[in-house]
Design a protein around this ligand. Sequence first.
Ligand SMILES: [Zn+2]
Ligand SMILES: [Zn+2]
Length: 375
Amino acid sequence: MMSKRDYYEILEVSRNATSAEIKKAYRLKAMQFHPDRNSSNKEAEAKFKEINEAYDVLKDEQKKAAYDRFGHDAFKNGAAGANGFSAGGFSDIFDMFGDMMGMRRGESQRRSGADIQIQAEILLTEAFSGVKKKVKFQTKRPCKTCNGSGSADKSHGSRVCSACHGTGKIRSQQGFFLVERPCPTCHGTGKVISNPCKKCHGTGLETQDKELEIQIPAGIEDGTRMRIPHEGEFGPNGLPAGDLYVHVSVLHHELFQRDGATIFCRIPLRMTQATLGTEIEVPLIDGGRTKVKIPTGTQSGKQFRLRGKGFSVLRSPARGDMYLEVKVETPQHLTKRQRELLEEFESEEQEGQNRGSPETSGFFAKVRDFFEGKS
Ligand SMILES: [Zn+2]
Ligand SMILES: [Zn+2]
């Protein structure tokens, strides 16, 4: 096998040549030996191949570095050169690495601006009916000074990024693998703005206050995260906006508790109301009211169901049920007259052996049996 010529020799450039010098040398040589100009000239064809092979390595920062260190061995198939990478195999390795990580090439880079997360607090009644809510947040929008171009010139002049030589990507060795990431200097565009806008420092974006009216649907649960597409931050280099996420918290209500589509409402009743029976007016979540009959002798903890008076169901005209739970309140701070009346009531109860309170008399009968060793 013929020994390979040095790539720098082929292009006739020094080892310290800049990438621009290498490119220039390649163009001259390629033009000279191009097959279009040298039809059926085998020697020119071989030269042209050689030139391209040399340039393919020297134009690439990574390959050039490997070649500078290991010479042709860096690109020998199966050789223990620069980690055994073969010429042209760099991207294959990267593809493999990307696939291993479960992503296609380039998908590790953002395709849009950043998402924004904000909080919105609403009343329980608003969660019931649905509500249009104004939300305010800070976002990144195209700079007004430069219309998002990032350039202070009208011509939007830019030059090739010197950090990545216009490729927009920086490769680095991490252990065995080559890792490719967007160039931080030019944010992956391969270009840098010659005269950056003073306001946005060439990013083309500025932080702005934004107000948005969002429609919160009826029946929304506390803690729901709503996604509003494309209302997030604009990305650099004209990438589309990210999404806005609104975390909705539903505030505690003094009268109503909610569990899904069911509403609970605790109704305190005076002892006499619960005893004698009454009719009460109860509030409804929809802002209305309804009358409920409390039968005589209603116990504390008793529940009444109001069918279809509960909470709204998300994306449905249906409504759940409402439960009223009675809590009988023991009177305190009696007047003299109230005390007399109740004492009279009590002596009547004892004479009648707790006829009106069967659970109480039953309980004390069980206690008696317990102390007499019968249970
Ligand atoms: Zn600007
Ligand atoms: Zn760059």
